[in-house]
Write a new protein. Structure first.
Length: 285
């Protein structure tokens, strides 16, 4: 990376960390590589196959370069910081390494800057994460962005009713927002769920999307409770003056087997990929 690019990246890293620390987050440092069996615990679905593996010369044990910070930070919280008062607000920055043979070299080593809020199981915690992400973007000079929010509990509740052999196809269709493929899968699922599945890719937009989803679901309390949570979350985000930045995406499938509650992704005009994202993963701790 030439000097200009290096200076720009360092400025971004500095602004983000200063923003996080102004919200009460403290920086932690994690190892660049660890033993493979330890590093694999808690990795997001799909990352296991992207881990760079090496053999330790002295012991013959497999070691690996970290592909993600979250499991490492969670382990710090559960061990050396287990007696610290909760909630913990921790932040980090550094390189992550992912084996992706079909991608360029610049996408195999990524610089990641992020936070973990641990020990606060309330909508207020999710709202804080969304608000801080928004302020971070604004501190970087970005003013045109959208935060798409979904709930893994909602998706999981729907998929539980489907024949398991159809789930991978459905997850792929939802991830691609492919209405044609989703409707095709509809013909193979039990009748009560066809309407829900058929409309799922369209459940994207402002807060009114939740009312539309309730009409489709009827009296299904198992699923509507997640809609109620998102409505509460929207109200809390509104107190930060950011409701106009938030859209509801009930077909969001990001990190399905990793996250357990709210998930979000950030997009901006002119970029073909997301700027960032996050979500709740209560099982990891």
């Amino acid at each position: 990376m030439p000097p200009r690019g290096a200076q720009r990246r360092e400025w971004v890293r500095k602004v983000l960390l200063e923003t996080f620390q102004s919200w009460g987050f403290q920086k932690v440092v994690t190892p660049t590589f660890e033993y493979l069996d330890i590093l694999l615990k808690g990795l997001e679905e799909g990352l296991e196959d992207r881990v760079y593996r090496l053999v330790e010369r002295e012991t013959g044990r497999l070691i690996a370069l970290r592909p993600d910070f979250t499991p490492q930070v969670a382990r710090i919280a559960a061990t050396v910081m287990k007696d610290y008062p909760r909630p913990l607000r921790l932040c980090y920055s550094g390189g992550v390494f992912r084996y992706m043979p079909d991608r360029g070299e610049e996408e195999k080593e990524l610089h990641q800057v992020g936070v973990e809020l641990i020990g606060l199981d309330l909508p207020e915690a999710d709202a804080e994460m969304i608000a801080m992400a928004a302020r971070s973007l604004e501190n970087l000079g970005l003013t045109h962005y959208t935060i798409a929010v979904g709930h893994m509990g909602f998706i999981a509740g729907i998929l539980e009713a489907f024949p398991q052999h159809l789930v991978p196809k459905l997850k792929r269709a939802l991830a691609e927002k492919n209405r044609t493929e989703t409707r095709k899968i509809c013909r193979q699922v039990p009748t009560p769920w066809r309407e829900v599945l058929k409309e799922l890719p369209t459940l994207y937009g402002d807060i009114k999307v939740l009312d539309t989803a309730r009409v489709i679901l009827g009296q299904n309390e198992k699923l509507t409770k997640h809609l109620d949570y998102l409505e509460t979350l929207h109200s809390m985000v509104e107190t930060y003056g950011l409701a106009h930045r938030m859209v509801i995406d009930l077909s969001e499938i990001r990190g399905f087997q990793y996250h357990t509650g709210m998930v979000f992704e950030i997009f901006t005009e002119g970029m073909g990929k997301k700027l960032g994202g996050g979500g709740r993963y209560d099982w990891l701790l």
